[in-house]
Ligand binder design. Structure first.
Ligand code: MN
Ligand code: MN
Length: 305
């Protein structure tokens, strides 16, 4: 449902980046749980997980984020170093440097393909049907911010350059480009039906993404299940808070559904719509890096002729 929108582009860009980190921190607590397990574990809180409290299988501190936010920030730095442009090699180096710092978590496909990059020096992974995980889409936000206002082919080239380092797969590409299109439409202040049309076009082009059919519970790391859950939650709710609570309580890859729903809902509803208690709970160093990148990536996108 449509709701009143912030009029300020910068507030929406900031909402997208803080939304990503907030969704990651919120969802990580219940990552890999089923909806029934979440209802049981949060029975005393009314049967739903609604607070940024850390924990989860990674035993996080409250407000700590995971690979979704970390890889986005690494990619954002590489984009800024390239003046808003990215090559597969620059992305591969940024991700490899992040992996060398021994992150608390890392996806299997990401690890496998970064080790392949280390061994071969070839940044781009060969196309693979096994690489339809959500790992390239979860870090798409800095590309969306840096390519705001660019042509379709420039946007696709930037997304795919970074994506194909670890996930060279048509479903990942289609999903990632749809997420970027949704973020761009939300940033531009486009009306609700335009966003719906983007999601419907995704399902028309790739029937696996038919998100309007049955409810996706327990979404896995398969990009289709992840994005179906995100699209259902986003289009069924009218606030940032209800969207995020809906999607993370579906369990499964909840930090990543939270991160992706957070970027889209954050771009739509704006930073001011992110509950203050969640903004306060977010790790302040991470929050500051998100703020800085949101501002600098938007400045770069607007400055490119
Ligand atoms: Mn994660
Ligand atoms: Mn995850």
């Amino acid at each position: 449902m449509p709701a009143p929108r912030p009029t300020d582009l910068q507030d929406r860009a900031l909402g997208a980046y803080l939304g990503l980190a907030v969704g990651d921190a919120l969802g990580a607590t219940v990552e890999f749980l089923t909806p029934a397990e979440i209802r049981r574990q949060f029975a005393r809180a009314g049967g739903a997980h609604k607070e940024i409290v850390g924990g989860g299988w990674l035993n996080l501190k409250p407000g700590q984020t995971t690979d979704d936010t970390a890889m986005s920030l690494a990619l954002g730095e590489a984009l800024l170093a390239g003046g808003g442009k990215i090559t597969a090699l620059a992305a591969a180096r940024a991700f490899d440097e992040w992996m060398r710092a021994k992150p608390i978590d890392i996806g299997n496909t990401v690890r496998r393909n970064l080790l392949r990059f280390r061994n071969t020096g070839e940044a781009k992974a060969p196309e693979s049907e096994h690489d339809a995980g959500n790992g390239a889409v979860m870090r798409a936000l800095p590309v969306a911010l840096a390519t705001f206002g660019r042509t379709k082919s420039e946007i696709a080239a930037a997304f795919e350059a970074q994506a194909h380092v670890t996930h060279n797969n048509p479903l990942s590409d289609a999903g990632g480009l749809a997420v970027i299109a949704l973020i761009h439409a939300a940033l531009a202040g486009s009306p609700w039906p335009e966003l719906k049309a983007i999601a419907q076009a995704l399902a028309a082009g790739h029937p696996q993404y038919a998100w309007n059919k049955r409810q996706q519970e327990n979404p896995s790391g398969y990009v289709v299940e992840t994005l179906v859950a995100v699209l259902q939650a986003f289009f069924a709710t009218d606030s940032f808070e209800t969207c995020l609570i809906d999607v993370v309580n579906r369990g499964g890859d909840a930090d990543t559904t939270g991160a992706i729903a957070g970027m889209i809902a954050g771009a739509w509803h704006g930073a001011a719509a992110i509950p203050k208690r969640w903004q306060k709970a977010l790790n302040p160093v991470i929050a500051q890096r998100c703020r800085e990148q949101a501002e600098r990536l938007m400045a770069v996108s607007i400055s490119i002729p």
